[in-house]
Design a protein around this ligand. Structure first.
Ligand SMILES: [Zn+2]
Length: 60
């Protein structure tokens, strides 16, 4: 991914998963950082696979 500010290549800082209870849906979350201008971008891509059972159930 390129930085939207300076168009340099961005580094992946972290990859993990996030969970949206209201959907419910699991997302692959990736955090990018531009080392040139210090801009951060977070993207969350919905996971289509049947991994829902493994994810933390919402507290009732
Ligand atoms: Zn940048």
């Amino acid at each position: 991914m390129n930085c939207p500010i300076c168009n340099k290549n961005m580094n992946i800082v972290r990859k993990d998963a996030s969970y949206n209870r209201s959907k419910p849906a699991t997302y692959d979350r990736t955090l990018f950082r531009c080392s040139d201008c210090d801009t951060w971008i977070k993207i969350e891509v919905p996971v289509k696979q049947m991994r829902a059972e493994k994810v933390i159930q919402p507290a009732s």
